[in-house]
Write a protein that binds this ligand. Structure first.
Ligand code: NI
Length: 180
């Protein structure tokens, strides 16, 4: 297994639409395993392939509560086949938008069809945190970030803040290289 580098916003790769997976073969299953390892290490509750620079429709999720046994889900080509009319507000964060959190409104319950790590077609009913995380990760496959669901004023504030952080990090890196 291997840890992968997570891309942070703003980055054009996070705005692209991901392509369907033809079949989940050994290489795809390995990618899913690496994505899970990267997600747990971060730590996070979900990760989508575009966040590690792979434009494929793959997400991994583990919305198990703290202290509960792990419940990893590996999903290729996830598709929402039903969503409740009832919506809920939930505070979201994203490994690609470090330290930024905002309330996002989404359908409360969903039914999702996907292909698992053994290339088998499955459906899952999700509510609560699991529903939020799956919808959030599926957004990444469309090039959508949670900040795209909030007001442009708040979004621009967050992206400006992250651009500043990136510039500082770049500067630090250059410094480290110069002194090496
Ligand atoms: Ni995210």
């Amino acid at each position: 297994m291997a840890l992968l580098e997570i891309i942070t916003a703003p980055d054009p790769r996070l705005k692209k639409k991901a392509q369907p997976v033809e079949r989940v073969d050994a290489a795809t299953a390995k990618l899913m395993a690496d994505m899970l390892e990267t997600m747990y290490e971060a730590p996070g509750v979900g990760l989508a392939a575009p966040q590690i620079g792979v434009l494929k429709r793959i997400i991994v999720v583990d919305a198990a509560r703290d202290g509960a046994p792990p419940n990893p889900l590996r999903m290729a080509n996830p598709e929402v086949i039903w969503a409740s009319e009832e919506t809920k507000l939930h505070e979201e964060g994203c490994l690609s938008l470090p330290e930024e959190y905002e309330q996002v409104e989404r359908p409360d319950k969903i039914k999702v069809r996907y292909i698992d790590e053994n290339n088998e077609l499955r459906t899952i009913d999700a509510d609560g945190l699991l529903s939020v995380v799956i919808q959030h990760e599926m957004d990444h496959l469309e090039g959508t970030l949670f900040v795209d669901h909030i007001s442009s004023l708040k979004r621009n504030m967050i992206l400006r803040r992250l651009t500043k952080v990136k510039k500082i990090e770049k500067g630090n890196k250059r410094h480290a290289l110069e002194s090496a």
